[in-house]
Design a protein around this ligand. Structure first.
Ligand code: DGL
Length: 277
């Protein structure tokens, strides 16, 4: 039987917030992280582009021996996951799996709200797709969901401005808009894997009764549960406790930034996605 690492994909650094929670929850597995930094951000790209880039990444992971790939990116989960699962996977290899981050977050959201009013912050792509509204309506039909796109937040993180004073304006602006649209909101999903880096500022501008929910822990718990329920997949995931990092842009830049996210030195390799078959 062929075995491999668990793959995690993001347009850039954001998926590292998911990787660090997954590793904390399941340290014995091997992980392979790929950031498509050369083509980030994905947030305001078309469906076709995000789908094409994400499919290239999935093929790359399969070439590297991964049987299980997590799209640790809401934009890719919103715009590409369903087509990849339904159209591409049966042709590429029906025994491999590609999972996203929206469904596990939507599944767990009900436990965070008392008012039944939930907010979602995400990229243009995620919010316009209405993926959270649709998933939550299926799972928790009584919850009222309001989305707010925050197109400046990913560039703030990717450019290391997220903890600088200039970021405050954009953080406050979107939180105010969301809460003006539905003042009963008491739980807000950070529906973009970059946003946990802004959590300090987000909490500063939120009223006390409102909780911001980063999704890394929710995704990690959901993956743990998935591997329990799918022993046939679990045995295909290697267990050496390692992480390998790849980026489509400069590894030096990636290492600098990723070591901040991961709180440890990171040694990434450069790769290219376009050449993948
Ligand atoms: N981190 C990604 C997400 O969760 C995408 C950010 C971007 O590339 O715009 O949506």
């Amino acid at each position: 039987m062929k075995t491999g690492a668990i793959g995690l994909f993001d347009s850039g650094y954001g998926g590292l917030t998911v990787l660090s929670e997954i590793r904390a929850c399941m340290p014995r597995y091997d992980y392979l992280y790929l950031g498509d930094n050369a083509r980030a951000p994905y947030g305001n790209r078309s469906y076709e582009r995000v789908y094409q880039f994400t499919l290239e990444a999935v093929k790359w992971f399969f070439d590297k021996g991964c049987h299980l790939v997590i799209l640790a990116c809401n934009t890719a989960s919103a715009k590409a996951l369903r087509t990849i699962q339904q159209v591409d996977l049966p042709k590429l290899d029906p025994d491999r799996r590609v999972l996203g981050v929206i469904r596990p977050t939507a599944e767990r959201i009900a436990r965070f709200t008392r008012s039944g009013h939930v907010g979602v912050l995400g990229t243009d792509g995620t919010i316009l797709s209405r993926s959270y509204e649709l998933e939550i309506a299926k799972l928790h039909p009584r919850l009222a969901v309001t989305g707010e796109a925050c197109p400046m937040w990913v560039p703030l993180v990717e450019n290391r401005e997220h903890d600088k004073p200039g970021a405050d304006y954009f953080v406050k602006q979107h939180l105010d808009r969301l809460l003006q649209r539905d003042p009963k909101i008491d739980a807000i999903i950070l529906g973009c894997t970059h946003y946990p880096l802004l959590i300090g500022k987000i909490q500063e501008y939120l009223p006390d009764k409102v909780t911001a929910i980063p999704q890394g822990k929710e995704v990690a718990e959901s993956l743990l549960d998935y591997l329990h329920r799918h022993p046939e997949m679990e045995v295909k995931c290697t267990k050496g406790g390692t992480v390998q990092y790849y980026t489509t842009d400069s590894p030096e830049k990636f290492n600098q930034m990723a070591s901040l996210f991961m709180n440890e030195p990171v040694d990434a390799r450069k790769t290219s996605l376009e050449i993948t078959k």
